[in-house]
Design a protein around this ligand. Structure first.
Ligand SMILES: *Cc1c(COP(=O)(O)O)cnc(C)c1O
Length: 373
């Protein structure tokens, strides 16, 4: 099975992990700050604080802005549940804004959702395609809101030559196994705000500060969200190949873009000339005549060994959300969910794999007889 995304581990990664395993510090050592500095240099950002997942990073970012009961966070329904779950964990209410047909939040619909309770906007760079983040930041500034960008898909993505992560108050990255680079599990907060950075480091380690000798003090209610030195050694090693991973995914994406141009069955998402995507996902959007056959297509592709996946079921459709916030429907998010399939696009694939996937995809669609309902 060729999955929609996959980690790429080579001997240098294995050596880096093994070397750290033999060292003095499995956690709490210098490899953590080395990884943070490498990320900050790569992103061109002042500070990076790594944590044990992007979920932890989101939780800490919301805690840093003081998100609590009675507050609202405007976010996208087209994301992994953690983006809004962590806001709920802080006591806040997620307000879902509809998306555009490229999977990113519809920035023109944000302002109408702002209320006196709104504390932050938390958009996602869907699939690695950079958001119009400056427009959203200007809106946040106008209404004195925090901007937390969930860039879990977008490490290495750029707009106008600037890496994603340079505009929001805090930008979140994920190093889960199949994200752009991996530390097994892991995440980060990138920020140019020194106060936020200091607070992030405090909260990821119990809120405890060290004092002379054995003395210490606990000055905030924190968690243990630390990332180990072993994980950071893998991250540092992966960083060296990040740009080559992205280049490989971009090659495959360019092939798909050309190959699928003007086909009658689905559209693809064009990345603007001014942008560079990490291509964490390569989504195709099936024509509405095929929506009812998506399960059939999904199954037949899996039988052929093509591990397509769907990103995402709109968050408000989950039972937990329905029980808390009632039924909701946002029309573009609904259509996107019915249309979307993520096809394999990752650095572990060869161009021959991509050609075979494209051929098989078209063949399998052509086998579909039509919808039986
Ligand atoms: C993967 C992902 C997360 C969670 O990342 P973890 O590191 O697994 O906690 C959050 N948001 C989005 C958009 C993601 O894709």
């Amino acid at each position: 099975m060729i999955p929609y995304s996959r980690q790429s581990i080579d001997q240098s990664d294995i050596d880096a992990v093994v070397e750290t395993l033999k060292g003095d510090f499995l956690t709490g050592g210098k490899t953590v700050s080395d990884f943070e500095e490498a990320l900050a240099a790569y992103l061109g950002i002042k500070h990076v604080c790594v944590l044990n997942s992007a979920t932890s990073a989101l939780h800490v970012a919301y805690q840093i802005i003081g998100l609590g009961v009675g507050d609202e966070v405007i976010t996208t329904p087209l994301t992994f549940a953690a983006t809004s779950n962590t806001a709920i964990q802080c006591g806040a209410k997620p307000i879902f804004c509809d998306i555009k047909y490229d999977g990113n939040i519809n920035e023109t619909k944000l302002e109408a959702l702002i209320t006196p309770q709104t504390k932050a906007i938390a958009p996602v760079d869907f699939g690695g395609n950079p958001l119009p983040i400056k427009t959203i930041k200007a809106l946040c500034d106008k209404h004195k809101l925090f901007l937390i960008e969930d860039a879990s898909h977008a490490l290495g993505s750029e707009i106008d030559g600037v890496k994603v992560g340079n505009v929001a108050d805090m930008t979140i990255f994920s190093f889960h196994a199949i994200k752009p680079i991996t530390t097994f599990e892991g995440g980060a907060i990138a920020t140019n705000n020194t106060e936020f950075y200091e607070k992030a480091k405090l909260l990821r380690s119990h809120g405890i500060v060290k004092k002379p000798h054995w003395n210490s003090d606990m000055i905030a209610l924190g968690e243990n969200y630390r990332l180990s030195d072993v994980a950071c050694a893998l991250g540092l090693s992966q960083m060296k190949r990040l740009d080559s991973f992205i280049a490989k995914r971009a090659d495959i994406a360019r092939y798909y873009d050309t190959r699928f141009q003007n086909n009658p069955y689905f559209t693809t998402i064009a990345i603007a000339q001014t942008k560079k995507s990490s291509y964490h996902l390569y989504p195709i959007l099936l024509d509405s005549s095929l929506w009812c056959a998506k399960e059939e297509l999904f199954e037949s592709l899996h039988v052929k060994g093509i591990g397509v996946q769907v990103h995402y079921k709109p968050i408000y459709q989950f039972s937990y959300y329905k029980a808390l916030f009632g039924e909701q429907r946002l029309s573009t998010a609904e259509d996107f969910y019915r249309a979307e399939l993520s096809i394999p696009c990752h650095q572990g694939m060869s161009m021959e794999d991509a050609i075979w996937i494209a051929d098989t995809l078209i063949e399998e669609i052509e086998k579909i007889k039509g919808c039986t309902r």
